[in-house]
Write a protein that binds this ligand. Structure first.
Ligand SMILES: NC(=O)N[C@@H](CC(=O)O)C(=O)O
Length: 433
């Protein structure tokens, strides 16, 4: 059995200390044999718990030209993630035990990170009748998160029933809040810039109105509601009011919405086309503050790989979505840590502990504590690097950060004690003795 001793790392960004890994767990460094242990000098590095992404599109089955589970977990590991929740908008849709069990099995085979399938709320994501949520929850894939992401569960009665059902399963509904009637043909934020560019705008109210409705429905159902990718100031205010009322609502923000604005769309480059759209400066400010004060609970990537053809077209016709697993931590360091809004312990909370708690993924309750599974990330916060397509480990390179310098570098990652990343490269299986 390999015993690994990490020395000198700033634990959760605090004082330098030691971490010891044995048999898949974090153990007391005082109890290991230092003469035989593998030593990792982590001086100057920050130790974080393995990151958990509640919102990843892995595209398999059906979208393998853009990503597979095997390539997606490479991107995840490279970004510091040890667990990703895979969205249900695959082909076929993850609305049957067969599909969620396939995703789960491929995740186990890919090994680099835990893959937790998300189940669809409605059959085929069509928004007409509920998927058999009980079957998905009871399957070998043990689904705990349900989402029609990519589509809003727009019918209030259906959403009500979904919430009631989820409550009985201790599951959560992750809603893609977008009123379809308000966003027909919308491709960017509704603003003077949209008018100037001749592109159809997407009003903030299309998001906030659904969140307000769903919060009321969740309260009545006694259910947990999770709001995907909050993108506007108005939605932040609705979530804040719902929390003040005691409603069991949680919310996520993406790294790109913490850092980028609609101004990028001036280029008509479809890499900047995403759902929900990049918003205005005032929204970015509100999202950062909301993440800092706990109104927004977590950062989730909405990693949405697309093949080049889907993006190399006119802005209005291109697919929505950006890859994000490999740039998330750097974007959060820049937008939240370097601005003084969050410390590293806060980063651990919003990118690991809390997303795991929402998704009912065990093992992340006590970050880096002795006895926990050894999900560990070592980051060099002083490093800076320019994001290059050729260095991304995922299959698609539709990143808004290509050519952009971001701070921080994920150097080493352990998933349940297995080293998945060494010196910023994937630790290949054959290299593992
Ligand atoms: N977030 C995105 O921009 N894209 C998502 C789904 C979606 O449209 O929300 C995708 O699956 O590509």
């Amino acid at each position: 059995m390999t015993v690994t001793l990490l020395t000198g790392a700033r634990i959760l960004g605090g004082e330098p200390g030691e971490l010891a890994i044995a048999d898949g767990l974090l153990v007391d460094p005082a109890t290991i044999d230092r003469d035989t242990a593998e030593l990792v000098d982590a001086s100057g590095l920050v130790a974080l718990p393995g990151l958990v992404d509640l919102h990843t599109h892995l595209r398999q089955p059906g979208g393998e030209q853009a990503e597979t589970i095997a390539t997606g977990v490479r991107a995840a590991a490279a970004g510091g993630y040890t667990c990703v929740f895979a969205m249900a908008n695959t082909t076929p849709v993850a609305d049957t035990p067969a599909v969620v069990e396939q995703v789960h099995r491929l995740g186990v085979e890919a090994e680099l990170a835990t893959v937790r399938p998300i189940g669809a709320v409605t059959v085929g994501l069509a928004g007409e009748r509920l998927a058999d949520m009980g079957m998905l929850a009871g399957s070998a894939a043990r689904v705990t998160v349900f989402s029609d992401d990519g589509h809003c569960v727009a019918d209030a009665e259906l959403m009500r029933r979904a919430l009631e059902h989820a409550a009985s399963l201790d599951a959560v509904i992750a809603q893609h809040a977008q009123d379809p009637a308000l966003t027909r043909g919308s491709v960017m934020h509704e603003s003077p810039l949209a008018a100037e560019l001749g592109l159809t705008g997407w009003p903030s109210a299309a998001e906030a109105a659904i969140v307000a409705r769903d919060a009321m429905l969740a309260e009545a159902a006694g259910a947990r509601l999770h709001v995907c990718h909050v993108s506007t100031l108005e939605t932040v205010e609705v979530v804040r009011a719902a929390k003040a009322r005691g409603i069991a609502i949680t919310a996520e923000v993406t790294p790109h919405h913490l850092l980028l604005t609609e101004e990028l769309v001036r280029s008509y480059d479809a890499r900047y086309k995403v759902n929900p759209p990049l918003r205005a400066e005032r929204d970015v400010r509100a999202l950062r503050e909301a993440l800092a004060d706990g109104t927004i609970d977590i950062v989730a990537t909405d990693h949405a790989p697309h093949a080049p053809e889907a993006k190399q077209t006119a802005f209005a016709d291109a697919a929505f979505g950006m890859v994000g697993l490999e740039t998330a931590l750097g974007a959060v360091q820049q937008s939240m840590v370097e601005t003084g809004l969050l410390d590293w312990a806060g980063v651990a909370r919003v990118m690991s502990t809390t997303p795991a708690a929402i998704g009912r993924e065990p093992g992340y309750e006590a970050p880096l504590a002795i006895g926990s599974p050894a999900h560990v990330v070592l980051v060099d916060p002083a490093a800076r690097g320019t994001i290059e397509a050729s260095r991304l480990k995922g299959r698609s390179a539709n990143s808004p950060f290509l050519g952009v310098e971001l701070p921080g570098r994920v150097l080493h990652v352990w998933h349940a004690g297995r080293r998945t990343v060494t010196d910023a490269e994937i630790t290949e299986k054959q290299v593992q003795a």
